[in-house]
Structure formats: structure tokens, C-alpha cells
Design a protein around this ligand. Structure first.
Ligand SMILES: *Cc1c(COP(=O)(O)O)cnc(C)c1O
Length: 225
């Protein structure tokens, strides 16, 4: 079982390098994040050497695996929907929160970070496909979110994250391109360095469109039960 996970993670690394070579990207620019939702601490530990970071979706799962030492030695990110009342479990423990999508949530993260005397790295999550079933900030609300974040001393905004509507890589590529455009627009002013987009089914398209961080679950661990 662990052998399969390792083999898939190694294969993914090689494929990422191949796609980068073909598209003129530097593989060193791409962070490969293992999306570890549902996986046991043991399975997470098995892939640590082959990925750059782990990402959890649920606060409780994050806490359990964090306490079990599942991520030791690698950065761990939070990539799922986050409620303000759960912020306290993450700030200062997780390296990057991808899912900040409202001024209220940004303020909760900043307040907690200030209380702990640190600055929390975050991404703004965009609902680029205007999907009603998805969280994330609508593109037209991004300026308001950014100006709220600018006034918050406890957070550092590193870039953007998106989860486009489900589709083939051909269908998701335009959403990635749109997100990249918005990213580029703000990058110089903010010093952005992380564009989090691409999952198991479409990470190659995301890299072609400028992603710097891909989040891969199934492609490493196999289908989730
Ligand atoms: C589960 C998840 C992923 C990984 O999805 P796969 O299709 O299994 O690679 C990536 N990003 C987020 C936000 C997720 O929730």
C-alpha cells in the first residue's frame, strides 16, 4: 500500500518536471502539495519525502494529524473552507492558509496572529467560475478583500488560490488563465509569489497557465474511499 503511494508520488514528480520542460517552466518554481484529506498520519508520512508540502481541508483532521506528527519536517497548509471560529486552531501552526475569502475571515486570522505575536501567510481564494456551490471571493469583490487585508498587520498575502468548476483540463484551463491574469495584475504591488491552482485531473493545464503550486490528492493516494 505505502509502496504504491510512494511510486505515484515519484511518478508525479517526474511528470511535473516533464511538463515544465515542455512549457518552459522551471520545476523549481512549482510546489507539489499533497492534498491529505481522509489519509491517515501513516500514509501522509509515507509521502513526505516526495512532496514539498501537505494540505488539509478540515480543521479537526489537521489538528489530529498535526498532533500525531504527520507533517513533521514539511510545511503544512490549510486548503479547505474555514470558519472564523476555527481560526484559532490553525494560526501559527499551519504555514499557509489558502482559503481566505472574506474581510471578516481575514480579520479573524489577523487578530489571532497578532495575539500570538506573529504574521500568518495567507492566500485569497477566488471563486473564479462563479460557482454557487463553492466558497471563495467573487472576482468583483476581490478589491474590497484586498483593501481589508492591507489594513491588517497580522497577515501577509502571498497570492491567490482557485478551484474552478469541475471539467476536463481543456475546460478548466480558461479559468486558470483568468486567475493568472488577476494574479499578474496585483503581483507587482503586493509582491505575490504563490498562485495555487491545479488538482489531480488538471495540474498540467494549471502549470501551463502559470500555477506555482499544485494540490494533488487522488494522483498520489489513489481514489478516496
Ligand atoms: C481534495 C482537494 C484537492 C485534491 O483533489 P484531487 O482531485 O484528489 O487531486 C485539491 N484542492 C482542494 C481544495 C481539495 O479540497
Amino acid at each position: 500500500m505505502e509502496e504504491n503511494i510512494i511510486a505515484r508520488a515519484e511518478a508525479l514528480r517526474r511528470e511535473v518536471e516533464a511538463v515544465c520542460r515542455k512549457t518552459g517552466r522551471d520545476p523549481a518554481e512549482i510546489t507539489v502539495l499533497a492534498a491529505t484529506k481522509v489519509q491517515t498520519a501513516e500514509r501522509v508520512r509515507a509521502v513526505l519525502n516526495f512532496v514539498d508540502a501537505c494540505g488539509e481541508n478540515r480543521v479537526q483532521e489537521f489538528c489530529e494529524k498535526y498532533d500525531a506528527g504527520a507533517y513533521t519536517g514539511k510545511p503544512v497548509h490549510f486548503i479547505g473552507h474555514l470558519q472564523t471560529n476555527k481560526v484559532k486552531f490553525l494560526v501559527g501552526r499551519c504555514d499557509l492558509i489558502h482559503s481566505v475569502d472574506s474581510p471578516r475571515l481575514a480579520k479573524a486570522v489577523s487578530d489571532r496572529a497578532e495575539m500570538l505575536g506573529l504574521v500568518q501567510d495567507i492566500l485569497a481564494e477566488l471563486n473564479i467560475g462563479r460557482d454557487e456551490n463553492k466558497t471563495g471571493c467573487l472576482p468583483e469583490d476581490l478589491p474590497e478583500l484586498l483593501s481589508a487585508i492591507r489594513a491588517l498587520p497580522g497577515v501577509r498575502l502571498r497570492g491567490l488560490m482557485c478551484v474552478p468548476p469541475k471539467g476536463t483540463p481543456e475546460e478548466t484551463a480558461p479559468w486558470f488563465a483568468k486567475t493568472r491574469e488577476i494574479y499578474e495584475k496585483y503581483a507587482p504591488e503586493w509582491g505575490f509569489d504563490i498562485l495555487s491552482m491545479g488538482m489531480s485531473g488538471d495540474w498540467a493545464a494549471a502549470i501551463r497557465e502559470g500555477s506555482t503550486l499544485i494540490r494533488v490528492g487522488t494522483g498520489i493516494f489513489g481514489a478516496r474511499m
